[in-house]
Write a protein that binds this ligand. Structure first.
Ligand code: THU
Length: 159
C-alpha cells in the first residue's frame, strides 16, 4: 500500500492587503451580485474575471423555476468570456455572495460543476488563474490555481 497526500495552499488576506487590481476585481464581483436573478434562493452571487487584455467580465447566478436549469455566477461569467473573448486568458476570478441584506460573512466557494468548468478554461489557455473568494468579514481567500480547489481532477489530458 502506498499513501498519496495532496496539499492545497490557501492564503488568507485582509482586503487592505490585496493589490489595487485585486480590489477592483473584488468590487466588480460584489457589484455583480446586484443583478443576480435569484428569486428562489435569494442568494445572490457575483463573479468577476480579469482578462489578459485588462478587461473585466462579470456574471451572476441565473435561477429558474425548473431549478436545475439555472446557472451559477462563475459559469455565467466564464461561458460569456469564452463565447466573446475566446483567445483571452483569464488571469483571475473573484467571487462574492450577498444574502439577506449583507455580504456573506464567510467566503463561498465555487460548486463542483463550476470548479470543473474553471479547470477546463485553465487547461484551454495553459494558464493558471488566481481565485479570490471574498468574505464580508473583510478577508479574501486566495488560491493560485483551480487545481488547488479541484485536486486529482479529470481533464482533457486523460482523454
Ligand atoms: N451559486 C453560485 O452562483 N455560485 C456558487 O459558488 C455557489 C452557489 C448559486 C446557485 C444558486 O442560484 C444559489 O447560489 C444558491 O445555491
Amino acid at each position: 500500500m502506498k499513501e498519496i497526500n495532496l496539499t492545497t495552499k490557501i492564503r488568507v488576506y485582509l482586503i487592505d492587503e490585496c493589490t489595487d487590481i485585486e480590489k477592483k476585481l473584488i468590487d466588480a464581483a460584489k457589484n455583480a451580485t446586484k443583478n443576480a436573478y435569484a428569486p428562489y434562493s435569494q442568494f445572490k452571487v457575483g463573479a468577476a474575471l480579469l482578462l489578459d487584455n485588462g478587461e473585466i467580465i462579470t456574471g451572476n447566478n441565473q435561477e429558474n423555476a425548473a431549478y436545475p436549469s439555472g446557472l451559477c455566477a462563475e459559469r455565467t461569467a466564464v461561458f460569456f468570456a469564452n463565447a466573446n473573448h475566446p483567445e483571452s486568458k483569464i488571469g483571475a476570478i473573484a467571487v462574492a455572495a450577498y444574502y439577506k441584506g449583507d455580504f456573506t460573512k464567510d467566503v463561498i466557494t465555487p460548486c463542483g460543476a463550476c470548479r470543473q468548468v474553471l479547470l477546463e478554461i485553465e487547461n484551454k489557455h495553459k494558464s493558471p488563474m488566481d481565485i479570490l473568494l471574498y468574505a464580508g468579514s473583510g478577508e479574501v481567500y486566495k488560491f493560485d490555481t483551480i487545481k488547488d480547489l479541484l485536486p486529482f481532477s479529470f481533464g482533457d489530458e486523460m482523454l
